[in-house]
Design a protein around this ligand. Structure first.
Ligand code: ADP
Ligand code: ADP
Ligand code: MG
Length: 472
């Protein structure tokens, strides 16, 4: 078994990984920027090392992180999600230095992180793939030609995109011309690669994804699906497991298909295969995420499998503990991403001091977060503060439990998306369990958009947050 793990991440996912380490008797090593020195992951880890003043550079510095792991006697690195988690260079550097990377091999990360290469691999494995480019676009003219063949609307996507960024819907040639350079420059800035491709836009699809676990001995299983159709700007807000929109035959089909996908690319460790489901009940492979996902929690809730613990066991070379038919699912789980954003002000980020916080509790409730009373939300990172996960036996009950739990939670001093989620939970379409990725946009009435956008608010909030930091 591994003895000591460096966690190359911050916030709630770092805390989540430390919890798994503690239960497994493994020592944990945290890293942190100056902005994070009061962060919970720093307090909870057995050891913690500063990466200096820059809020991001340290978390993204492959060599520094690997050197630190070697110097502190770690035998593995867990990358969490975001940051370096899908960067093949970290996996590669780990291998060279005799450190185990907790995730798939560098080759698999490289291949599946490239959306066009992943589409190609999945097409070869016999999966249904969203119709679109065979490779990356060579130029705008090729894009226009292809879009005409596919028929509008189409999606223009960054090949190395992630986190809902670098994606634009184009309804006609004009849109495509307008967005082409925009997506390229967005992709170059955010992902360091200019490649883009086109796929057919599935209008108002459901986002269905399957959790996979695979070991280094050729075994692969799935932990059923999650429904992530409640999104805003291609970013997930609320996730549900299993999907209330699938029947049992569809569930078995998509689970089996995902295991085939994992085996086809010799996948190891935890991963997610993402699909779109159209109105005619057809599934299309969209992409694969080669890491633990933000919403892994709800698969844990319905199956009882600790996904992070399995990741560590697999990395230690152990075979999977469970065969597919051992994986039973029970009830429904919902995860709410509690973001520091003001839903009444166009989801403007909100920073500053959390004056009072208490996590919700009671039956069927789990909170994963790295916040506490007095914690100052820094402006440099992702706005997700906490994940609230609720579980109940039936869909109706889990919705009711969600409402009770969000009302139970106390989070003061900054704006959050909690009031927005309470509105969604009341919505008859949500309650019916039949929704698609258009839900948020089709229901602008959920929030008061009449409130004017106030960009100066952002600057003011930033100044307050910086001042609070300086004074710590
Ligand atoms: P999930 O796919 O687990 O639901 P998200 O898509 O929300 O999660 O991404 C998880 C985190 O990783 C977010 O903070 C997001 O901003 C970040 N992220 C995802 N992909 C990338 C990428 N290619 N480059 C940079 N950040 C990314
Ligand atoms: P990311 O890497 O940012 O997660 P994805 O390729 O997974 O990007 O797409 C994110 C979201 O964008 C999807 O969940 C879906 O809502 C939307 N989307 C992506 N591709 C399509 C498509 N071809 N048709 C319709 N919606 C799409
Ligand atoms: Mg995705």
């Amino acid at each position: 078994m591994l003895r000591k793990i460096l966690i190359a991440n911050r916030g709630e996912i770092a805390v989540r990984i430390i919890r798994a380490c503690t239960e497994m008797g493994i020592r944990s090593v945290a890293i942190y920027s100056d902005a994070d020195r009061c962060s919970l992951h720093v307090k909870k880890a057995d050891e913690a090392y500063s990466l200096g003043a820059d809020p991001l550079a340290g978390y993204l510095n492959v060599h520094r992180i690997v050197n630190l792991a070697v110097a502190t006697g770690c035998d593995a690195i867990h990358p969490g999600y975001g940051f370096l988690s899908e960067n093949p260079e970290l996996a590669e550097a780990c291998m060279r230095r005799g450190i185990k990377f907790i995730g798939p091999t560098a080759e698999v990360i490289q291949r599946m992180g490239d959306k066009t290469a992943a589409r190609e691999a999945m097409r070869a494995a016999g999966l249904p793939v969203t119709p679109g480019s065979e490779g990356n676009l060579e130029n705008l003219e090729q894009g226009i030609e292809l879009a005409e063949q596919l028929g509008y609307p189409v999606m223009l996507k960054a090949t190395s995109g992630g986190g809902g960024r670098g994606i634009r819907r184009c309804d006609n040639t004009e849109d495509l011309k307008k967005n082409y350079q925009r997506v390229i420059s967005e992709a170059t800035k955010a992902f360091g690669r200019a490649d883009v491709f086109i796929e057919k836009c599935i209008v108002n699809p459901k986002h269905i994804e399957v959790q996979i676990l695979a070991d280094e001995h050729g075994n692969a299983i799935h932990l059923y699906e999650r429904d992530c159709s409640i999104q805003r700007r291609n970013q997930k807000l609320i996730e549900i497991a299993p999907s209330p929109q699938l029947d049992e035959a569809q569930r078995q089909y998509i689970g089996g298909l995902s295991v085939i996908a994992a085996k086809a690319v010799n996948y190891t460790n935890a991963g997610t295969v993402e699909f779109l489901l159209d109105d005619d009940g057809r599934f299309y492979f969209m992409e694969m995420n080669t890491r633990v996902q933000v919403e892994h929690t709800i698969s844990e809730a319905i199956t009882g499998v600790d996904i992070v613990e399995e990741q560590i066991r697999v990395a230690a070379g152990l075979p999977l503990r469970y065969k597919q038919d051992y994986i039973k699912r029970r009830g429904y789980a919902i995860q709410f991403r509690i973001n520091a954003e003001d839903p009444k002000n166009n989801f403007l980020p909100s920073f500053g001091r959390i004056s009072r916080y208490y996590a919700p509790g009671g039956p069927g409730v789990r909170t994963d977060s790295a916040i506490y009373t007095g914690y100052v939300v820094p402006p440099h990172y992702d706005s997700m503060l906490a994940k609230v996960i609720v579980w109940a036996l039936t869909w109706e009950d889990v919705v009711t439990r969600g409402e009770r739990t969000l009302k139970d939670m106390g989070l003061y001093g900054i704006r959050t998306t909690i009031p927005y989620y309470l509105e969604i939970l009341k919505h008859p379409v949500f309650r019916s369990g039949e929704f698609n990725t258009g839900f948020v946009e089709e229901n602008p009435g959920l929030v008061d958009y009449s409130t004017k956008r106030r960009p100066e608010h952002l600057a003011a909030a930033l100044a307050v947050a910086m001042a609070a930091h300086a004074g710590l």
